[in-house]
Design a protein around this ligand. Structure first.
Ligand code: ADP
Length: 490
């Protein structure tokens, strides 16, 4: 099955700079593995600061002409790109599954979701409105223009290798910016495929550049992007640790930065909830992409009166509906973890919990009969606040169930974290729904719903989960600045 894909699916093995497929100046490459089989898919250029410097120079050159295009011109090109992405969505999904391990149906879901950003921003490009402000004094007209900020550096993660790029690049290009994109080292191929389609769509050379690099060169590339005077802003999705570093580096030059960092989403089930719907939501939110999603439910908070019943239903559904295996085959819906480091992290979190007295309702181990990097879907109870699984973002298929008594206690537990990305709760009490939606310290709330993201709505967090919003009518703000123009002495 794997061979069938690699024979029929075109993989680009060069980086994409100024409209050309190029090697690293050093000629170095690094290997990218299929996480399901641990086989090497191909190599890609291992670029460093010299290559990113060239990419930024070309992107800056391209910006000089791209910034004066009309919104309508940019809209037409983005729409063509969108049409090509839709035409190729099955192929794109196969590439995504091959490099990220995501089950094929989920990969297709990510492509459809990612494409929606290109469509959305093709439309928004025409609506980059400024303002006319009524003047408080005579003989003046006051105006606010919105202008593209310049070349931007986009650094993206492996868990949504496709949609995190379209969400950023779609907005940047619509606004009139040009971009230098550094995809995650685990997943460069979807990025390269979408750049190829952008080029076929007629998006001019230099507007989209993809610089591939191994993990060991990521820091110098990131630093260069943060410090180059030719880069006007950074947008990053990834870990909180790297996000903080980039924020510091941007601080030195007062550079614009958008950050989408880790979450620690509470998933709350109140006693009035429809438990079957809550189980549907829990499965979708927790086990999508094998739990490797920043808005995944990280802590299940369950009211004491329904705790046993919910845990039992949840465990039954985990056993009956999740089938572990290589996601290239449609029969499997729980794929591998992305790499050996992630497997070790999940194992360490499990061991810590076991040492501190956790109760393993189901799962708990690596699924070594399937492959090196697979982990059983796991459900844990008897959680204490000193366990790592209580506090940390797990990023694996491990569901942690915590009991609470009152709404106030539950809100305290939910908000007892530096993170504030997403939160979910199930309730049929309308007053409670309003109260809890307002009181959760997060940027996004799902009420009786476990999957909530759309191109139309603002994605982003509060507290240490990030700065700024992506998607929605606010998505262009990250890539534009307001310029106030005063016409005096009229
Ligand atoms: P994860 O833990 O999900 O891999 P990371 O934050 O480590 O998340 O990675 C997200 C992206 O950030 C990847 O493209 C990675 O290569 C990149 N990255 C890692 N370290 C740095 C760094 N020091 N500067 C810039 N980018 C980095």
């Amino acid at each position: 099955f794997y061979k069938m894909y690699s024979q029929s699916t075109k993989i680009m093995d060069k980086a994409f700079i100024n409209g050309l497929w190029v090697s690293a100046k050093s000629n170095k490459v690094f290997e990218v593995q299929d996480p399901a089989t641990c086989q090497v898919i191909s190599t890609v250029p291992d670029m460093n600061v010299d290559d990113v410097e060239a990419a930024v120079t070309y992107a800056d050159e391209a910006f000089q002409t791209w910034k004066v295009t009309t919104g309508k011109e940019r809209s037409i090109l983005l729409r063509k790109w969108y049409d090509l992405l839709v035409q190729n969505q099955e192929e794109l999904a196969k590439i995504l599954t091959m490099e990220a391990g995501k089950p094929i149906k989920e990969s297709l879901g990510e492509i459809v979701y990612g494409n929606a950003f290109v469509e959305w921003f093709a439309e928004e490009a025409k609506r980059m409105y400024g303002e006319i402000v009524p003047s408080p004094v005579k003989n003046r007209e006051l105006m606010v223009l919105r202008q593209p900020i310049g070349t931007v550096g986009l650094i993206t993660p492996w868990n949504f290798p496709f949609a995190m790029i379209t969400r950023k690049a779609g907005a940047a290009i619509a606004a009139g910016c040009t971009c230098v994109i550094k995809p995650a080292e685990d997943t460069p191929f979807t990025a390269l495929a979408l750049a190829e389609l952008a080029s076929l769509a007629g998006i001019p050379k230099g507007v989209i550049n993809i610089v591939t690099s191994s993990r060991s060169n990521a820091d110098q590339i990131g630093k260069y992007l943060c410090e180059s005077p030719k880069v006007a802003g950074i947008s990053f999705t990834g870990s909180t640790a790297v996000g903080k570093l980039l924020y510091q580096q941007c601080g030195k030059h007062v550079k614009r930065i958008g950050l989408e960092l880790g979450g620690n989403a509470p998933f709350i089930i109140f006693e009035s909830a429809d438990l079957n719907k809550a189980v549907d939501g829990a499965i979708a939110s927790k086990f999508r992409n094998c739990g490797q999603t920043c808005i995944s439910a990280n802590r299940f908070l369950i009211q004491d009166s329904i705790f046993e019943e919910f845990v039992q239903k949840f465990a039954e559904r985990i056993k009956s509906s999740l089938i572990i295996g290589d996601g290239k085959n449609v029969q499997f819906n729980l794929g591998p973890l992305i790499n050996a480091d992630q497997v070790k992290k999940v194992e360490d979190i499990m061991q810590d919990a076991i040492k501190k007295g956790v109760n393993v309702v189901t799962g708990g181990n690596r699924a070594t009969n399937v492959g090196e990097q697979f982990f059983e879907p796991t459900l844990l109870t008897n959680i204490t606040s000193n366990m790592r699984c209580y506090k940390e973002e797990i990023f694996g298929p491990v569901a942690v169930c915590i009991k609470f008594k009152t709404e106030a206690e539950c809100i305290d537990i939910a908000n007892d974290t530096e993170r504030g990305l997403a939160g979910y709760f199930y309730s049929n009490d309308i007053s409670q729904i309003w109260r809890v939606a307002k009181n959760l310290e997060v940027g996004m709330v799902g009420v009786n719903e476990g999957l909530i993201s759309h191109a139309e709505t603002p994605f982003g967090g509060i507290k240490e989960s990030g700065i700024g919003r992506e998607g929605s009518k606010h998505g262009l703000d990250e890539y534009t600045y307001l310029k106030y123009v005063c016409f005096g002495n009229l």
